[in-house]
Ligand binder design. Sequence first.
Ligand SMILES: Nc1ncnc2c1ncn2[C@@H]1O[C@H](COP(=O)(O)OP(=O)(O)OP(=O)(O)O)[C@@H](O)[C@H]1O
Ligand SMILES: Cc1cn([C@H]2C[C@H](O)[C@@H](COP(=O)(O)O)O2)c(=O)[nH]c1=O
Length: 212
Amino acid sequence: MKHRYKRRINTVKNLLVAFCGLDGSGKTTQLNLLADWLESNHEHIFKTRQPCDFYRQNDKVRAYLDDGIVTNMHGIALLAAADRQFHVSEVIEPNLQHGHVLCDRYLYSSIAFFKARGESVDYIKAINKDVPEPDLTVFIDISPEEALRRIALRDAGQKTLFEEQDTSVFVKVRDAFLENIPSSALIIDGTQSKTAIHNEITSEFEKRRSFV
Ligand SMILES: Nc1ncnc2c1ncn2[C@@H]1O[C@H](COP(=O)(O)OP(=O)(O)OP(=O)(O)O)[C@@H](O)[C@H]1O
Ligand SMILES: Cc1cn([C@H]2C[C@H](O)[C@@H](COP(=O)(O)O)O2)c(=O)[nH]c1=O
């Protein structure tokens, strides 16, 4: 009798993981914990963040982020979209060839912030239509009050961003996150301990690895 062996080829895919949530929600903390965990498992990772300097260093963006001065929010949204396009093609996609890419903020942060700033979600999605969906989006949910409390503790004595100066903007940003985050995202209660949140993320990361 002739045995027929089914050959299974296991190809481990590198994942794009995006962290989103309010400022102070713990994105950077959790990105670093996931990076350390992956590296301790001998996996290649690349840490990055959005927005990049193209956006952050623009005079009109700075006037808005620092002091709330804006004449054309559509234009600011286009700068964020252009920044993301370059980041995807020049940084994220090349690095995904070599390992997992962990990105602090991504498209869903842009959708939430610009919705809170009065832009339509359809417009933000349209100008970002070509960027890839992350393999895992982590949304760390905390209240605006807790976000501002943590920022004040962390950045004591430093000038905060215009939108970090009272809870009203963050109330809108959080609502916009909750309305627009995809059902495939991992939504985490960010008031848990850092370790409990990390454990939820690693457990979901393991599930999202796809084998072909
Ligand atoms: N689960 C947690 N419980 C309590 N404090 C936390 C938790 N996670 C993070 N923090 C603390 O909250 C502060 C903000 O965390 P972190 O800088 O990681 O947030 P972030 O979302 O990256 O902020 P930003 O968007 O402003 O860069 C830090 O001082 C951090 O140590
Ligand atoms: C993705 C994205 C973010 N922003 C805002 C959100 C934050 O308030 C700042 C960056 O703050 P960080 O703590 O230094 O990361 O930028 C934005 O304006 N546009 C975007 O697309």
